[in-house]
Design a protein around this ligand. Structure first.
Ligand code: AMP
Length: 211
């Protein structure tokens, strides 16, 4: 009789504390979340709301604010973020949040990880010396910016956004971070629009909470 590898892996994940499950500093894979955390993340899907043909025909819009309109969903999301932070504690120096929906939970994560929060914003909104990138996305093209002095070379960065659509924004944000000399340790998103397969174009580690 052969071993059931899935059963063994599940057993392993429930037996070891979160610190043991965190990845080494130079990992290229996203961290493995304890089963309790991913189970709660999957429950979040019950609160998902989609709008077909918004903002243009053919686009299936996933509305993160449907989560935020429900206290039970917010509680669940905060629980999942705390579980993620527990695994990543000590591995991250800066959380970079992408405008606008990366600002919803990026600062919460930064607080949980005891590190700073830095915004990536649309063109023209950040003062001081900036670095920018133009890229194509699902509906048009866009330019994003980061303050040059907001990150230091060698800092370990977590990049957060609500979802991956084409993946263009997340990819451009990670490129900006690495051009400054900081290192993208992980990207955290709640959801990926499956039809667009955006994550396949991103060569940075990605933790997608709900699949
Ligand atoms: P993208 O660069 O195409 O991955 O998308 C950039 C951002 O636009 C995402 O992080 C979302 O905040 C938003 N967005 C794009 N497409 C969608 C969609 N279909 N549903 C919800 N949000 C979207």
């Amino acid at each position: 009789m052969g071993w059931d590898l899935n059963l063994l892996l599940s057993y392993f994940l429930t037996q070891f504390p979160a610190e043991i499950l965190s990845c080494p500093r130079n990992h290229i894979m996203p961290p493995i979340l304890p089963r309790s955390v991913s189970a709660n993340a999957e429950k979040l899907k019950e609160f998902f709301v989609y709008y077909p043909d918004f903002p243009k025909k053919g686009i299936q819009f996933w509305d993160i604010f449907a989560l935020y309109s429900n206290p039970e969903a917010v509680c669940l999301l905060n629980l999942v973020l705390a579980g993620y932070a527990e695994v990543m504690k000590g591995e991250i120096d800066v959380v970079v949040g992408i405008e606008a929906r990366g600002f919803l939970f990026g600062p919460t994560l930064a607080n949980l990880l005891n590190c700073t929060f830095v915004p990536v914003r649309k063109k023209g909104k950040l003062p001081g010396k900036i670095r920018q990138k133009t890229y194509t996305l699902e509906y048009g093209s866009d330019t994003i910016e980061i303050q040059e002095n907001s990150l230091k070379a060698g800092q370990r960065v977590l990049v957060v956004d609500d979802c991956i659509a084409t993946g263009g924004t997340l990819n451009a944000s990670c490129n900006l971070v690495e051009e400054i000399g900081a290192k993208v340790v992980d990207c955290l998103v709640i959801y990926e629009i499956p039809e667009l397969k955006g994550s396949e174009k991103i060569s940075y580690p990605i933790t997608q909470l709900c699949s």
